[in-house]
Write a protein that binds this ligand. Structure first.
Ligand SMILES: NC(=O)c1ccc[n+]([C@@H]2O[C@H](COP(=O)([O-])OP(=O)(O)OC[C@H]3O[C@@H](n4cnc5c(N)ncnc54)[C@H](O)[C@@H]3O)[C@@H](O)[C@H]2O)c1
Length: 258
């Protein structure tokens, strides 16, 4: 069991105040890591902080906007100097106000901006983090993608609803998965492991018909909880996953097994 422990290790989690990110922050801290949340939402930190403190978890906050591409290199260097992390998780999810438009209505401006904010930023952050981790002897980077980076959406689950999964999401997540493999190949010799977790849909009070259709399509019969995603992330961060790099870990209740 020792190999699952993260005692004494520092982890940076971008988007650590979101639905998925907060579960990851909690799990890493419960495994013994000192966690720094790198998120744009300082107001949300005000609320979240109390919960982490009350649970006795070592979690701090450092404001970061991953959509400011020109600043990312300097930001990662500053995080590295200040905290010497050995774990870096990319779970931020910036998107434009028209995110959610379907394939027939999305504009090229919106497409480009979301690719820039979501895919380019995650790839640059992973790249920069890998360089710093390698210089200090290694570490573990975990990107968060999605089942939709691997398989086509089942559009039937959106039948009769305004909501859909945006077309750029597939391109963004597929790109993140491919770049995870690139970095794994490049940095493996210097002790940096780079893996990607692909969650299935996380329950967040979506419309009833969507939830019912999603559950019926999922072998384990339910949508995910944030904790379902967090455990596999903590595993990849730990020595228990020391022989894993470049892996695409599906955490989807079996969605992609069908
Ligand atoms: N929720 C799901 O069902 C689901 C399913 C599969 C994959 N995912 C993936 O999980 C990741 C997190 O999604 P989520 O559902 O937790 O989203 P969320 O909206 O709940 O949380 C996103 C977090 O990112 C932060 N953020 C937004 N813009 C930022 C910026 N510019 N800089 C820094 N932080 C910023 C937000 O403040 C928030 O804390 C995403 O990569 C998403 O694609 C989510």
């Amino acid at each position: 069991m020792q190999s699952f422990a993260l005692d004494g290790r520092t982890a940076i989690v971008t988007g650590g105040l979101g639905l998925v990110g907060r579960g990851i922050v909690t799990e890493l801290a419960e495994c013994g890591a000192n966690v720094i949340v790198a998120d744009v939402d300082s107001a949300a930190w005000g609320h979240a902080r109390k919960g982490f403190d009350e649970a006795g978890l070592t979690v701090a906050f450092d404001e970061m906007d991953v959509s400011k591409s020109a600043t990312l290199q300097d930001s990662v260097a500053a995080f590295d100097r200040a905290h010497e992390p050995v774990i870096w998780v990319n779970a931020a999810y910036p998107r434009t106000s028209d995110w959610g438009d379907g394939v027939e209505t999305v504009t090229s401006e919106s497409w480009s901006r979301n690719v820039d904010m979501q895919m380019n930023s995650a790839c640059i952050l992973a790249s920069e983090a890998a360089r710093h981790l390698a210089a200090r002897g290694g570490g573990s980077i975990i990107n968060i993608a999605s089942i939709y980076g691997v398989v086509s959406p089942d559009f039937a689950v959106y039948d009769g609803l305004e909501m859909t999964t945006p077309p750029a999401y597939a391109a963004i997540k597929g790109g993140i998965i491919a770049y995870t493999r690139y970095l794994a190949g490049y940095w493996g010799g210097q002790g940096v492991r780079v893996n990607v977790v692909c969650p299935g849909g996380v329950f967040a009070d979506q419309p009833k018909s969507f939830v019912a259709a999603y559950e019926a399509r999922t072998p384990l019969g339910r949508m995910a909880d944030p904790e379902d995603i967090a455990g596999p992330v903590a595993f990849l961060a730990s020595d228990a996953a020391r022989y894993m790099t470049g892996a695409t870990l599906m955490v989807d209740g079996g969605w992609t097994a069908r």
